[in-house]
Design a protein around this ligand. Structure first.
Ligand code: PRP
Ligand code: MN
Ligand code: MG
Length: 179
């Protein structure tokens, strides 16, 4: 598995430090708002778990699974809801937790869904941002690291469902998927 990594971009300690800072900022921002923190499965599961431990105010959590990449390194352009939220979001202050924004299609779709369900507010936090990949205009309210235009895996992010368990984020060797 480690053999397939071309370059480590951010290690576990650097990520941990950044997640801590994001948690502190979010704690200040959402004081008294009882946010509903939504994890975008599957990619965001590790970031979500680490982030909520750094948030010091009351909150609720829920999970939504959406997928558009499948077994490919390129977005299919079609965002599918694999698992929906358990509870209504009407009137709630939402914090969406995402691992990465690339084309922006996943989050623009999700924001649209939540706004149509009458959420009171929708705020975005992403650990990684790849601005070079954008197909729709979309900016996170809070972001951790800006990444180069390369296919990355680890810390929740996959290629064909693998590599999610790597504790760092790294560039996948193109020879792994260029076959
Ligand atoms: C990946 C990633 C983000 C999204 C970002 O999810 O976890 O959710 O793509 O790409 P975008 O900005 O181009 O939409 P994926 O569809 O691979 O599902 P997964 O989280 O289950 O891996
Ligand atoms: Mn995802
Ligand atoms: Mg994926």
């Amino acid at each position: 598995m480690l053999n397939d990594i071309q370059e480590v971009l951010y290690g576990a300690n650097q990520i941990q430090q950044k997640v801590k800072e994001l948690g502190q900022t979010i704690s200040r921002e959402f004081e008294g708002r009882n946010p509903l923190v939504i994890c975008v499965l599957k990619g965001a599961f590790i970031f979500m778990a680490d982030l909520v431990k750094e948030i010091t105010i009351p909150l609720e959590i829920d999970f939504m699974a959406v997928s558009s990449y499948g077994q490919s390194t390129k977005t299919s352009g079609v965002v599918k809801i694999m698992k929906d939220l358990d509870a209504p979001v009407q009137g709630r202050e939402i914090l969406i937790v995402e691992d990465i924004i690339d084309s922006g299609l996943t989050l623009s779709y999700l924001i649209d869904v939540l706004e149509r369900r009458n959420a009171k507010s929708v705020t975005l936090v992403t650990l990684f941002d790849k601005p070079a990949g954008r197909k729709v205009e979309l900016e996170a309210d809070y972001k951790g690291f800006v990444l180069p235009d390369a296919f990355v895996v680890g810390y929740g992010l996959d290629y064909a469902e693998h590599y999610r368990n790597l504790p760092f984020i790294g560039i996948l060797k193109p020879e792994v998927y260029e076959k």
